[in-house]
Design a protein around this ligand. Structure first.
Ligand code: ZN
Length: 323
C-alpha cells in the first residue's frame, strides 16, 4: 500500500481521463482536492504521450501540494477493464486499446493503482464523500450529452461478469424511438440527454415557424423559465423520459438514494416534479417514496474526487458505507 504504513494522511493521486481532457490532482482523506492540473487528452497523439503527461502532472501536483502520493486512482471514459487495468476499445481513445495505465503507473510510482469506468468512479465519490454518504444502496446517474451511471449495492460497486460496467443508459424506453448508437431504438440515452431534448425542441421550433436557430438544452431551460410554451413542453418531455428511466431503476433496485449529476442537472428544479410524478405512477409495488432523489454534491471536481475514491474502494477496507 505504498506510503500508507506511515502515520501521515493518505493522499491519492487522482486521474480523470475523458475524451477531451485529462485532469490530475492530489486528493486527501476527506475528498478535498489539494492541487490540480489538466491537459487536452490528445488521444490521437498516442497512449505513450498521454501516459507521459499523466506522470508529469502527478509529479507536479504532488510537488504543488507538498505531499507524497500514497496510491493512484483512475476514472476513465470506457470501456475499461478494472481487473487487469487495461483500456478496452474506447470510442474516445482510439488506438489506446490494450495499454495498461495501472501497470505503467504502479511501476513508475511504486504505489498501488486502481482503475474504473468514470461513471463508477463518480458513484464511488458521491457514496464516499458526497450526496450518498452513509448510504449503502446507491445509484449515481449523470445526464449531459450522454447518460452514465454507477450502481453501489451494500457498499460495493456492482460489476458484472469480467468486472464489466453495466450500461444503464441503454435500457429501452420506447422501441419506436430514435436510433441509438448501441443498435437499439429508443434507449434512455437516445431520449433523455441534453442533445435529445434540444433535437426535439429545434425540430418543433421549425414547425412553430420560429426563425432557424439551434438552441442548446441549457438555452431551452432558460427559455422555459421565462415562460416560453414550446420550451416548457420540451422540459416536460425531458422530465417524462428522465422519470421513466429513473422509475425503471427504482423498480429494479429500490435504492436508498439516486444521486443525479451532469450538466442537465444544473436545471434540476425544472425537472424534479415531473420526474416524481412518473415515479409515483408506476412504482407502486416498491417503497418508491423511500428512494431519495439527491443532487450530486461534489461539484466540478467530482470526477477527480471519484477517481481518488476508486483507490480507497479497492485498497482500503473498512471505510465504505455500512452495509
Ligand atoms: Zn442504446
Amino acid at each position: 500500500m505504498g506510503n500508507s504504513d506511515s502515520t501521515g494522511e493518505i493522499v491519492i493521486g487522482a486521474i480523470d481521463i475523458g475524451g477531451t481532457k485529462i485532469a490530475v490532482g492530489m486528493v486527501d482523506d476527506n475528498g478535498n482536492v489539494l492541487s490540480r492540473l489538466e491537459s487536452p487528452t490528445d488521444a490521437a497523439g498516442g497512449y505513450a504521450n498521454g501516459l507521459a503527461r499523466m506522470i508529469e502532472m502527478l509529479h507536479r501536483t504532488s510537488r504543488d501540494a507538498g505531499v507524497e502520493i500514497s496510491g493512484i486512482g483512475i476514472g476513465s471514459t470506457g470501456v475499461v477493464y478494472p481487473g487487469s487495468g487495461a483500456f478496452g476499445d474506447v470510442d474516445l481513445l482510439p488506438g489506446w486499446q490494450g495499454n495498461n495505465p495501472v501497470q505503467d503507473l504502479a511501476q513508475e510510482f511504486k504505489v498501488t493503482v486502481a482503475l474504473e469506468n468514470d461513471a463508477d468512479a463518480s458513484a464511488l465519490g458521491e457514496a464516499g464523500w458526497g450526496a450518498g454518504k452513509l448510504k449503502s444502496r446507491l445509484i449515481y446517474v449523470t445526464v449531459g450529452t450522454g447518460i452514465g451511471g454507477g450502481i453501489i449495492l451494500d457498499g460495493h460497486l456492482y460489476r458484472g461478469v469480467d468486472m464489466a460496467h453495466p450500461e444503464i443508459s441503454h435500457h429501452v424506453i420506447d422501441p419506436s424511438g430514435p436510433d441509438c448508437s448501441c443498435g437499439y431504438r429508443g434507449c434512455w440515452e437516445s431520449l433523455a440527454t441534453g442533445p435529445a431534448m434540444a433535437a426535439w425542441f429545434n425540430a418543433n421550433a421549425a414547425e412553430d415557424r420560429r426563425p432557424p436557430e439551434n438552441l442548446s438544452a441549457a438555452q431551452i431551460c432558460q427559455l422555459a423559465k421565462s415562460g416560453d410554451e414550446l420550451a416548457r413542453q420540451a422540459v416536460d418531455r425531458e422530465a417524462h423520459y428522465l422519470g421513466l428511466g429513473l422509475a425503471n431503476l427504482i423498480n429494479l433496485f429500490v435504492p436508498e438514494v439516486i444521486v443525479l449529476g451532469g450538466s442537465m442537472m444544473k436545471s434540476a428544479p425544472l425537472f424534479l416534479d415531473g420526474i416524481r410524478k412518473v415515479i409515483r405512477q408506476g412504482c407502486r409495488f416498491v417503497p418508491y417514496e423511500k428512494t431519495e432523489l439527491a443532487l450530486a454534491s461534489l461539484g466540478d471536481d467530482a470526477n477527480l474526487i471519484g477517481a481518488a475514491r476508486v483507490w480507497h474502494h479497492r485498497f482500503r477496507r473498512g471505510i465504505g458505507p455500512p452495509s
